[in-house]
Design a protein around this ligand. Sequence first.
Ligand code: FES
Length: 156
Amino acid sequence: MSITYSPKIVEHFTNPRNVGEIPNADGVGTVGHPVCGDVMRIYLKIQKKKGRPVITQAKFKTFGCTAAIATSSIATELVKGKTVAEALALKNEDVAKALGGLPPIKMHCSVLAEDAIKAAVADYEKKIGRTEIEKKLVEEGREHEEKELLSRRDPI
Ligand code: FES
């Protein structure tokens, strides 16, 4: 059975954006699919801008199929310049849509991209020691309250 890909998928597969790794990345997320065996790793550089954590750089290394490469490429493009909360809101359907759609048999490749972004953000959260409550405040766009919580913490 042959698979037909959109021109955008073919373009991102043949000319993938943001390939590689980020030394000293703020967040690294690695996910794999148990059935096909594809593995995706996403690196994020995150900086506070106007008090909000913003993804300033995103790169990937993927061992996988055409769609896995294309979804990694577009996902890193989609999250660049976004806040962490906006990146967490990215769904696999958004990734697929940005590529002009994915064949149904390849939708799970876009799920890997969504999960890799979430895993990289989770790694970032863990590194900065953010608690669940603080994380929720950021996700809800209530960073001012998160700042207040952080200011109440004992200095390390
Ligand atoms: S076939 Fe599994 S990620 Fe593409």
